[in-house]
Design a protein around this ligand. Structure first.
Ligand code: HEC
Length: 434
């Protein structure tokens, strides 16, 4: 199906395009990091709380984790403003189109986020109120986590739909856009990144010196908590690679390029040493004392930056044709508007020269204000003038060039020395013949 090509409003960008692209990549990565920590934190708090039903130390852990979630969620929201604005600026026709196509759900993001945040606060602040009704507490946590997991799917559906205008005609609302061939695997790839980055964050967080005092475990050892998170990080990395391969295989070919493929391979290679170190930590618990967390994190951060650049590269490639088609349509439209305007001016001019007899417009402009056809106003009526000057246009011309003072009850008529003889003759003839 041929994609619809909207016409753009050719406004200048507020900053150089390259700068906006870098801003988009960087601000998006920062935003998504906090989204990972927020969604992952909520998920881990839920998991630990469920586990806490049997071993109470995990319930304490769940509570501490929940305290990070509310902070990270505020950062995720604030950091989300910049990439959203930049994407609206750089890809206005595509992003507006895809947002409108999933409009109901896109709008629902606001109430859903609000409810998720309120649930998160209820979950955290009323922790002790729920001590005797853990099912309800866990139910709230599950609902909160469910919303936190669902909201990114809306964003993903939108930014995916935006890339493929050829799907626009067939999309009927959010769910049909969500079921397009490559959304769900992208989403799973995203969720595994969520688990990976939040696990690493909690490895670091539980390794801080003050952690033991903050959490007050009775039996659980910090080292077991860190292994717990490392196990998730390792598993998520494996899942990340697998879903990544599926995403790559299912991406529509129009965005593919060698640059994109090489970037993905480079990002993938960077993950290997991190996996090796994590594996060492898991299989030799003694390693956790010197667990190379910095190196592991550096590998994943570099990989994420490279993936972010690759993602942008794919988007630009995928949209290149559509963008130039829009630019062409916009240019054609502007040329047509210019043509139409010139044409209209031309027709107006010829109509005027056809319908107005010589002298009419000059009479209207210079004389009509004071001379009414039948009534005496400032000056005498044309009827009267016609009687005086019947068959004598030259007399009118002579008077008009240098009016005398005739009628006692009127002002003196101003002279019209600025009009040429030809113009005055035309006026006089028109005056006498109408
Ligand atoms: C500001 C008002 C005003 C405008 C504009 C004006 N006139 Fe007059 N016109 C008068 C007045 C007032 C008289 C009467 C003057 C008098 O009798 O002393 C008059 C008188 C005349 C007369 C009669 C002269 C006569 O012999 O009785 C003619 C002819 C005339 N105007 C032609 C024109 C023409 C042609 C124009 C436009 C080029 C024009 N006027 C524009 C105010 C105006």
């Amino acid at each position: 199906m041929t994609p619809p090509i909207p016409r753009d409003i050719p406004l200048p960008l507020p900053a150089p395009e390259g700068f906006l692209e870098i801003l988009l990549i960087v601000s998006f990565l920062i935003h998504i990091l906090f989204v990972h920590l927020m969604v992952g934190g909520s998920l881990f708090s839920l998991v630990c709380q469920i586990r806490g039903l049997k071993s109470p130390d995990y319930e304490k852990l769940a509570y501490r984790i929940m305290q990070t979630v509310t902070v990270n969620k505020s950062l995720a929201v604030v950091m989300g403003v910049a990439p959203l604005l930049v994407i609206n600026t750089l890809y206005a026709p595509q992003f507006y189109a895809s947002s409108a196509l999933i409009g109901d759900m896109w709008m629902a993001v606001i109430p859903l986020v609000t409810v998720a945040f309120l649930l998160a606060y209820a979950h955290k602040f009323w922790w002790n109120h729920f001590i005797n009704i853990p099912e309800l507490h866990i139910g709230i946590a599950a609902l909160e986590t469910g919303l936190f997991l669902f909201i990114p799917l809306i964003f993903m559906t939108n930014v995916n739909l935006m890339l493929f205008p050829e799907y626009w005609p067939q999309v009927k609302g959010f769910f049909s856009a969500m079921l397009l061939p490559n959304v769900l695997q992208r989403y799973l790839h995203f969720i595994s990144a969520t688990i990976l980055f939040s696990s690493l964050f909690f490895v670091w967080w539980s390794g801080r010196k003050s952690f033991q005092n903050e959490v007050g475990f009775s039996r659980l050892r910090v080292i077991s908590v860190r292994r717990f998170f490392y196990a998730f990080a390792f598993g998520a990395t494996v899942f990340q690679i697998l879903t990544g391969l599926v995403v790559f295989a299912s991406l529509p070919p129009q965005g593919m390029s060698w640059g994109f493929t090489l970037l993905l391979m480079l990002g993938g290679l960077l993950v290997l040493p991190a996996m090796w170190w994590m594996w060492q930590n898991l299989t030799h618990p003694g390693h956790l004392l010197d667990d190379r967390l910095k190196e592991i994190t550096a590998c994943f951060v570099c990989a994420a930056i490279i993936m972010g650049i690759a993602r942008h590269d794919y988007r630009e490639n995928a949209l290149a044709d559509h963008k130039s088609a829009i630019a062409e349509k916009t240019a054609n439209y502007q040329a047509a508007v210019k043509d139409a305007r010139e044409q209209a001016q031309l027709t107006a001019k010829t109509q005027e020269s056809q319908t107005l007899v010589p002298g009419e417009s000059a009479f209207n402009l210079n004389c009509a204000a004071c001379h009414h056809p039948t009534l005496t106003t400032v000056g005498p009526a044309l009827q009267e003038i016609k009687e005086i000057y019947a068959n004598n246009p030259a007399g009118i011309t002579a008077w008009t060039k240098a009016p005398g003072k005739k009628r006692p009850d009127t002002m003196k008529m101003p002279g019209f020395s600025q009009l040429s003889d030809d113009e005055l003759t035309a006026i006089s003839q028109y005056l006498l013949s109408h």
